[in-house]
Design a protein around this ligand. Structure first.
Ligand SMILES: *Cc1c(COP(=O)(O)O)cnc(C)c1O
Length: 388
């Protein structure tokens, strides 16, 4: 067994995990941790969720994979559930968030070809955004540190300042085929879009006939207290990208489109694993638990509880600078090195993840209990009392 055989694409904590249940995970050396990372907003039902386990058992004993040259029932059911609970009418399935973004970018480019002159191919993206690591998604990820080693990237993409309406108005014209943004910038530091800003962009997209794409890979699937993040902002995008929480830890991504954006025809796009019966059955179970099981309805209360407690901690500890976020996508900026802070949380048995320059993210499973929130905050308080 040699760790060096794994390509070093991540800086990892010096721990190896072997099992988890609910909000707790256990390392190979038997230590317990409370998990407020949830695989970065992925394990929305916690670890070893009985409904997910049951679905994997049942579906894997029937059919795990079948080519997209045939129909399968779990994918039809999942598409139906997504469309019933959104303002959209078609779903495309893939395996990751990045792939969902790639599909959305291709939709925008095709939309431009269908509706414009040969130049309608510009895609607007936001500074400080994160959309993934493939070359297309990377081209619209507005952070130099991710892009610089891989240039040249896709052309005809235009960077504007997030939440700055003047910046986007200045460059918007009829050559724009799409705008992509996160309703809340996750990786970039938990920065919510302003409602008026999104409304204005919606208007601009309508005026110049471009697709509005929301990347809800991190902030969607119940995390903000509604199935989709866009519901919190009262702005309906043409395309919604999702992944992470959709499979509750099982890999699946998706885009949903409204009528205007439902333009792919056979040959335009596809992926071998997309819409396989196992991932779709799991995602269907996740949505059922979240929506019909009342978990989404509980987010608002838990969010207020967690934020109020954080505010109290902030009053006592000047290390916390500000508290941000919505639902259970919460962050606080700190006046010290985030790596150092995360290490101290880790030593005390709490998993957290950083974002942006100086933000600590709290992303508990959506079915976290009030008691577990208290447990995590007790550890946070202990850490804040240490010397930095
Ligand atoms: C994580 C993330 C992605 C990339 O998803 P992968 O599943 O890692 O490919 C894209 N967009 C946002 C907003 C994300 O948080």
């Amino acid at each position: 067994m040699c760790k060096n055989n794994i390509m070093k694409t991540y800086n990892r904590f010096d721990v190896c995990f072997e099992r988890g249940i609910g909000t707790k995970v256990y390392s190979t050396d038997g230590k317990e941790y409370i998990d407020f990372v949830s695989g970065i907003a992925t394990n929305c039902l916690g670890h070893s969720n009985p409904a997910i386990i049951e679905t994997i058992k049942n579906q894997s004993s029937k059919l795990i994979h079948i080519s997209n040259y045939y129909w399968n029932t779990p994918s039809i059911n999942l598409a139906t559930k997504l469309c019933k609970n959104s303002h959209h009418e078609k779903a495309f399935f893939c395996s990751t968030g990045t792939e969902a973004v790639e599909a959305a970018l291709k939709l925008a480019r095709k939309y431009g070809k269908m509706h414009g002159t040969s130049n309608k191919n510009k895609i607007i993206y936001m500074n400080n955004s994160f959309h993934g690591r493939t070359l297309g998604a990377l081209a619209v990820t507005g952070q130099k540190k991710y892009q610089e080693n891989f240039t040249p990237l896709m052309n005809r993409v235009i960077n504007v300042n997030f939440n700055d309406i003047t910046s986007i108005k200045e460059i918007f014209d009829k050559e724009v085929c799409g705008v992509i943004l996160e309703p809340i910038q996750g990786e970039g530091g938990i920065i919510p879009a302003k409602i008026d800003y999104l409304k204005e962009i919606r208007t601009l997209c309508d005026k110049f006939n471009a697709l509005l794409i929301f990347d809800e890979v991190q902030c969607g699937i119940g995390r903000l207290g509604s199935l989709f993040a866009y519901e919190q902002f009262n702005v309906v995008p043409d395309v919604v990208c999702m992944a992470k929480g959709l499979g509750g830890g099982f890999p699946i991504g998706a885009v949903i489109t409204n009528k205007k954006a439902s333009i792919f025809v056979p040959g335009d796009h596809g992926t071998t694993f997309g819409g396989n019966p196992l991932s779709c059955a799991v995602a269907y179970t996740v949505l059922t638990e979240l929506i019909d099981g009342g978990i989404i309805a509980s987010i608002h209360k838990k969010s207020n509880y967690l934020i109020n407690k954080l505010k109290k901690l902030k009053e006592k500890h000047s290390l916390i600078k500000d508290i941000r976020g919505m639902g259970l996508l919460i962050g606080f900026s700190i006046d010290t090195d985030t790596k150092h802070f995360m290490n101290k949380c880790f030593e005390e048995g709490l998993l957290v993840v950083s974002a942006g320059e100086n933000v600590i993210r709290l992303l508990p499973p959506l079915n976290v209990s009030f008691k577990e929130i208290d447990e995590a905050l007790t550890i946070l308080e202990k850490v804040l009392a240490k010397d930095f």
